[in-house]
Ligand binder design. Structure first.
Ligand SMILES: O=C(O)CCC(=O)C(=O)O
Ligand SMILES: [Fe+2]
Length: 260
């Protein structure tokens, strides 16, 4: 029987150990993101890679322009206002309902050990899956030339698993300041400088099997266009702080091409 012990490398990442959890909590508080390299055991990483490859032809490729707040452009606002400028995203996505129930991804996503680790590290009371059948686990494919434009997430935290990084391009870039969504604050000058390329963002070099936790609602981030023939494949594990939440129909149509 496979369980979380066949998926996570507990020697490197003892996610059920109090001291390790405390260390991870301190790190994410300090850096605004937590990078756990070699989180997946090699066997599990290979199994998941095979699975993502077998589902690749089912991916829906969005070709949408959006603002950094993931909205449509407003005709009532200056087109050059950084929160009204359009960004391009054209990655592909396979939604949750196409992933096998027996997949390591479902085992990990539903594991109480993993969920408890996330709750303690992110200081959340509870976390729940999405109640629609598409949004909880997503396989993301970035083919040559494809990207995810600058944005802030709608969700307060994001959890990603790198399955196949691109040899060229497809880099995760971010800044760890610029917005305080609780206080409705956005630093437009900083954001404009980043979007225009006048100020350099931070860059993460992410290796295969790495788990990343970050506060994507407050930190502007993007994935640069992939430049290699080998696609970038990344999984997002999506939870909510409340029960019975569905991703909006509009977002489902945009990212999955269908609502159910
Ligand atoms: O692909 C990534 O590394 C980031 C994904 C992301 O930012 C998102 O799905 O909102
Ligand atoms: Fe994001």
């Amino acid at each position: 029987m496979r369980d979380i012990n066949s998926i996570v490398d507990f020697e490197k990442h003892p996610i059920n150990d109090k001291d390790y959890i405390k260390k991870c909590n301190a790190l994410i508080k300090k850096n605004s993101l937590l990078v756990l390299e070699n989180f997946l055991l090699i066997d599990s990483l290979e199994k998941i890679l095979k699975e993502t490859k077998s589902l690749e032809d089912k991916a829906f490729y969005c070709d949408q322009k959006h603002t950094i707040l993931l909205n449509k452009q407003s005709p009532d606002m200056d087109m050059f206002d950084p929160i009204n400028q359009l960004m391009t995203s054209d990655k592909g996505c396979v939604p949750h309902d196409l992933i096998s129930e027996k997949s390591d991804l479902n085992l990990l996503y539903n594991s109480n050990t993993f969920k408890d680790f996330l709750k303690y590290v992110l200081e959340l009371d509870q976390i729940f899956p999405y109640s629609d059948n598409l949004s909880s686990i997503n396989l993301n494919y970035y083919q040559k030339g494809q990207q995810l434009g600058w944005h802030f997430d709608n969700a307060s935290f994001a959890i990603t698993l790198m399955i196949q990084s691109a040899p060229l391009g497809g880099e995760f870039e971010y800044i760890s300041e610029g917005r305080d969504s609780n206080n409705d604050y956005i630093d437009k000058t900083l954001i404009s400088n980043i979007i225009e390329g006048k100020k350099k963002p931070k860059k993460l070099d992410v290796s295969d099997g790495t788990l990343i936790l970050f506060y994507g609602r407050n930190y502007l981030h993007r994935v640069t266009p992939v430049e290699s023939d080998i696609p970038r494949i990344l999984i997002t594990l999506n939870y909510n702080q409340e029960e019975n939440i569905e991703l909006s129909e509009n977002a489902r149509l945009t990212f999955f091409g269908r609502v159910k």
